[in-house]
Design a protein around this ligand. Structure first.
Ligand code: ADP
Ligand code: F6P
Length: 319
């Protein structure tokens, strides 16, 4: 394979640039020509495909977001859109594609594979909700962003002796809430994977207050319900001065952590190697600190899991 392309799709995630850099540099290292597609699948359909060189990925390893821009493309969901995308790539002599994105982006990538166009996926999403990899690109940075925010909220919560509800992202998955809640020292963590009892939360808050606790932090995953709802409920039942903070898209930005730069670099290089070896229809991932390749079909059939041991640990440490 002599010419390959790379695109970023779906929600952006810190570390995507590190992966783009690795794809371009590894490709050139192996004697390939590498193209960057702007605006994800939308740009692929429109032919927004530019040649990249060593310099075009200089000074980006530390930047959040994606220099290639991202999109959610309705047109690519159609057969015509997918055919047009392949035509655009073939017209430039491109023989293989690397898609950096989430589960939805991989479903799109699989469509290209079914049409005979070699494609490899790199899991990039802050949600850590892709089967077949222990970590997705961007998750570590997002968790660090959340705990930085929680640390700041602690200061004001302490000063005013308030209860704070912090709503975090993650779609239907609770990993951001769990990791940030545990490492941020939250009193309660609400995740979609486990039922919660508001009575129990209120009881713990009251007990804590009776013991002299000045403030409490409750982390709520967006997949459970809105943080505002939990905040109102707590306010009503306890009479405590309670506030809600919705962290929102702040969690998607910022300079990637060392960990995300590392897996971005490793994922990017392996993805290129796979295309170079003539492989396709695979996602690269990380299992027990080893870079692995997982069939798209296995990814789609897999279950998004959450480490319930961590959840139990968080409960025993927040008494
Ligand atoms: P993510 O990759 O972060 O999960 P989305 O679910 O929004 O984000 O998917 C990104 C894009 O991937 C969509 O906008 C669409 O263009 C493409 N895509 C998603 N699902 C499919 C599908 N079943 N067939 C073809 N393309 C898809
Ligand atoms: O998948 C990443 C994510 O940030 C989710 O955590 C969140 O629910 C969603 O994307 C937000 O999407 P949008 O960028 O469309 O607001």
């Amino acid at each position: 394979m002599r010419k390959i392309a790379v695109l970023t799709s779906g929600g952006d995630a810190p570390g995507m640039n590190a992966a783009v850099r690795a794809v371009v540099r590894r490709g050139i290292f192996l004697g390939m020509e590498v193209f960057g597609v702007h605006h994800g699948y939308d740009g692929l359909i429109k032919g927004q495909i530019e040649p990249m060189n060593l310099g075009s990925v200089g000074d980006i390893i530390h930047r959040g977001g994606t220099i290639l821009y991202s999109s959610r493309s309705k047109e690519f969901m159609t057969r015509e859109g997918q055919d047009q995308a392949i035509t655009r790539m073939k017209s430039k002599g491109i023989e293989g594609l690397i898609v950096i994105g989430g589960d939805g982006s991989f479903r799109g990538a699989q469509k290209l594979v079914e049409k005979g166009f070699p494609t490899i996926g790199i899991p990039g999403t802050i949600d850590n909700d892709i089967p077949g990899t222990d970590m997705t690109l961007g998750f570590d940075t997002a968790v660090n962003t959340v705990i930085e925010a929680i640390d700041k909220i602690r200061d004001t919560a302490n000063s005013h002796e308030r209860t704070f509800v912090v709503e975090v992202m993650g779609r239907n998955h609770g990993d951001i809430a769990l990791w940030a809640g545990l490492t941020g020292g939250a009193e309660s963590i609400l995740i979609p994977e486990e039922p919660y009892e508001i009575d129990r939360i209120v009881q713990r808050l009251t007990e804590g207050s009776n013991r002299g606790k000045k403030y409490s932090i409750i982390v709520v995953a967006e997949g459970v319900c809105s943080g505002a709802l939990i905040c109102d409920e707590i306010k009503q039942r306890t009479g405590f001065d309670t506030r809600v903070t919705v962290l929102g898209h702040v969690q998607r930005g910022g300079s990637p952590s060392a960990f995300d730069r590392m897996i971005g670099s490793r994922f990017g290089a392996r993805a290129v190697d796979l295309l170079h070896e003539g492989k396709q229809g695979l996602m690269v991932g990380m299992q027990h600190n080893q870079i692995v390749e997982v069939d798209f079909d296995q990814v789609f059939a897999g279950e998004v899991t959450l480490d319930l041991e961590l959840y139990e640990l968080s409960k025993s440490l927040s008494i």
